[in-house]
Every structure is written in C-alpha cells, then in structure tokens.
Design a protein around this ligand. Structure first.
Ligand code: DGL
Length: 267
C-alpha cells in the first residue's frame, strides 16, 4: 500500500446535507479525521432524476473532487447515487469508495413481525439494487416501499432552522402503514441519508416503529479500511463545498459548524 499522509482527508459526497447523518457517525468513530464534505446543491434533488442523469453526473463530479482534494477514501453518503451509480464511480476513481445503500440487512435482523418498510427517494425505491438487497437479506419477509421526496425538503428545511409542518412526517409514515400488511410493520429503513436527520419527527408520527439506517455500518467500514493509517493530532478546520452558490448556504452555517465544517467554498 502506498504512503498516505496523515493530512489526507476523508471525502464525503451527497446531493445536499443528508450526508451529514453519515458524517456524524464517522466523526464519532474517527474524531481526528480531516474532512471534506461536498454537496451537489445545484443538482439537488437526485431522487427525481433519471438513472442516466445520475450515472453521468456522479463520476464527473467525484473525479473533480478527488483530483482537487486527494482524499484517502471517498464515502458517497447518498443512497440514490449509490443504488444507481456506485459501480460506475468505483470504476472511475482510483481511491477506495464506500457506498451508502438501504440498511435492509439490519432491518431484517431487527424485525419481529417480518414486515419491514423502506422510505427512500423515488429513484432509490425503484432500483434493482434494492430488489437484490431484499432477495439477499430478507427473502422470507415482506418489504413495503414508499418514496417520500417531501422528507428530503423537510430535512433540508429543518437543518436551515425553518419550521416544517408535522403533517409531512405523518403522510410519509402513512405511505407505508396504509399498504396491505402495513399494520404489522415494525422496522423502517431510512433509505435516504436525509432521513436520519428527521428521525425524531418520524418517530413522533409512528412511535411503535423502530428506525434503522446505514450510518453506524459505514463508520465501521471506514474505520476498518483506514485502520493502518495515521491521523493528525490536531486536524485543520473541516471543509464544506457546494456546486451551488455559496451565498445560499448562509442559513446552513450554524448547523455546518456543529460538524466542524467551517471552511466553506464552491466546487
Ligand atoms: N440524500 C440522498 C439519498 O440518500 C438523496 C436526496 C435527493 O437528492 O433526492 O438518497
């Protein structure tokens, strides 16, 4: 393995700020890791895009990011991007890439009733990648899927400190519970990285349900892949870059600084 400088960052990528839910888990596991978080705010939301659009957009953007920041590892903190384009991205980059895909395996382990739900974007819930996760990890169970694009905007609004109508969360949970077998639903996969940011609100809408997401598993994977590497004793400020206008980030700055993301720029 080639030498990796202790200053080499971990690069996180999402369409917006949803990936902060993954960053949080990784920062808890690797507190001294230098961080660059890239948000494709100009491309948000991914959930309403076509497979072709995402497959073209992702490798190009990540190629530029890797060239600029020379990360030791890339985490694509976006289920939509990964269920569509993880293979293309891995083929295009020569650094390790950790993906985020719906946590169907942990959900299958946690359910008592055998009925699990998946909340994701419209693009994620229709992917054959999800069919494969279901076939591999929960073949004898019932998987209910519901696309909840409203929750992406709700999470973005919450992080900007804006009020969100709680009916949004009730509607999203009803999208699962009102399906046949939905009354037996006991575990829901938060299959979009924006959704753990609004887990408390979703729990208030459906208190009997357990929610699972991929954050902890990704943190374990990143720690494992970097286990022989060194980290700075005193890392520099973490960087947040956007593909959109930096001025549009003003309302996000307090939340970003909570993650140490105080160096703000554009891609
Ligand atoms: N955070 C993203 C995900 O995990 C998608 C949000 C969007 O851009 O629609 O799927």
């Amino acid at each position: 393995m080639s030498f990796i400088a202790s200053s080499a960052p971990l690069l996180f990528f999402d369409s917006g700020i949803g990936g902060l839910s993954v960053l949080k888990a990784v920062q808890a596991a690797l507190p001294n890791a230098p961080i660059v978080f890239a948000a494709d705010c100009a491309g948000l939301p991914y959930g309403t895009k076509t497979e072709a659009e995402i497959s073209v957009r992702l490798p190009a953007l990540l190629g530029r990011l890797v060239e600029r920041y020379q990360p030791r590892l890339v985490t694509i903190a976006c289920n939509t991007a990964c269920t569509i384009a993880l293979t293309h991205v891995r083929a295009a980059l020569d650094v390790p890439v950790v993906g985020t895909v719906p946590a169907i395996k942990p959900a299958a382990e946690a359910t008592q009733s055998g009925v699990i739900g998946l909340l994701g974007t419209a693009a994620t819930v229709r992917q054959s990648y999800v069919d494969k996760l279901y076939a591999d990890h929960a073949p004898d169970m019932t998987l209910l899927r519901h696309a909840a694009p409203e929750l992406v905007s709700a999470a973005e609004a919450k992080i900007r400190g804006e009020p969100v109508d709680p009916a949004v969360y009730v509607r999203a949970m009803a999208g699962l519970i009102d399906q046949p077998d939905g009354a037996r639903l006991d575990v829901v996969v938060l299959g979009c990285t924006h959704f753990p940011l609004i887990e408390d609100e979703l729990r208030a809408a459906a208190p009997h349900v357990k929610f699972v997401d991929g954050g902890a598993g990704i943190a374990r994977r990143v720690r494992h892949l970097t286990k022989d590497q060194t980290w700075p004793v005193d890392p520099e400020e973490a960087t947040f870059v956007t593909t959109g206008p930096v001025a549009k980030l003003n309302a996000l700055l307090p939340a970003l600084s909570g993650f140490g993301l105080t160096r703000i720029g554009s891609l």
